[in-house]
Design a protein around this ligand. Structure first.
Ligand SMILES: Cc1ncc(CO)c(N)n1
Ligand SMILES: Cc1ncsc1CCO
Length: 222
């Protein structure tokens, strides 16, 4: 099996995730500031836990080659993506210290602890199945938004966000992660118990992504 099988096994949830109303409104620059700000602060907290999960992938690795697989992601998260969120929040008048002091929303706790628990109680492939919707989904969303004629890049306060996920650094990083995931999945039969379990994990994380967007939208104040 490969990563496409994981997506196809939850195609409906996958579409809800990658075409969510939060994303559509963001592309048009019509998303409420209150929604985006809540999302951005929660996503910062999400990324801290998510980086711990990538570090767990090094701990759970069975070989040096597998240990090396996770390192670029840890680095990209700490030095690039989280830094981007901190800068972004800075522009909106919020400091890193304030962001770290923000309480985690229930959807943030649920998603990150699901990923960490899957990795703690399972093996390294279970962990990668739980990590995968995050990186693959945002790469799909970034590419879709940057290709769509309807996306606004001028007078859109969220243009930076789109450019980051559509940008080469993120896209190439995810391409590499997908190659690694496909290597790990190569010898697993989709219809086997193991294959079905991985589909289940991937689907749960995808549903958590839908809830994460919704958590932002629910903060809409006019
Ligand atoms: C919730 C969530 N999923 C995926 C990404 C992509 O890294 C992110 N920043 N946040
Ligand atoms: C930077 C980054 N963000 C989520 S995953 C990842 C590493 C590439 O998969």
């Amino acid at each position: 099996m490969n990563h496409q099988d994981l997506i196809q096994a939850c195609q409906h949830d996958w579409n809800d995730y990658t075409e969510h109303s939060f994303v559509q409104q963001l592309a048009l620059g019509e998303l409420a500031h209150s929604s985006f700000l809540h999302y951005l602060k929660q996503d910062f907290l999400f990324l801290k836990q998510y980086t711990r999960a990538y570090a767990l992938a090094i701990y759970k690795a069975r070989s040096l080659a597998e240990m090396r697989m996770a390192l670029p992601s840890v680095q990209a998260l700490l030095e690039s993506e989280i830094a981007h969120h901190v800068n972004y929040c800075g522009e909106w008048g919020i400091s890193e210290i304030e962001m770290e002091a923000e309480p985690e929303a229930v959807g943030t706790v649920a998603y990150t602890r699901f990923v960490l628990d899957t990795g703690m109680s399972g093996d390294v492939i279970d962990l990668y199945a739980a990590l995968a919707p995050c990186s693959i989904g945002y790469a799909v969303i970034g590419a879709q938004l940057s290709a769509a004629k309807s996306t606004k890049f001028v007078n859109n306060p969220y243009a930076n966000w789109i450019n980051m996920y559509a940008g080469e650094e993120f896209q190439l990083g995810v391409e590499k992660s997908i190659k690694n995931l496909d290597t790990l999945l190569e010898d697993i039969e989709l219809s086997s118990q193991r294959g079905q379990r991985l589909c289940q994990i991937f689907k749960t994380a995808t549903r958590m992504e839908v809830a994460f967007w919704q958590q932002g939208l629910d903060q809409t104040k006019n």
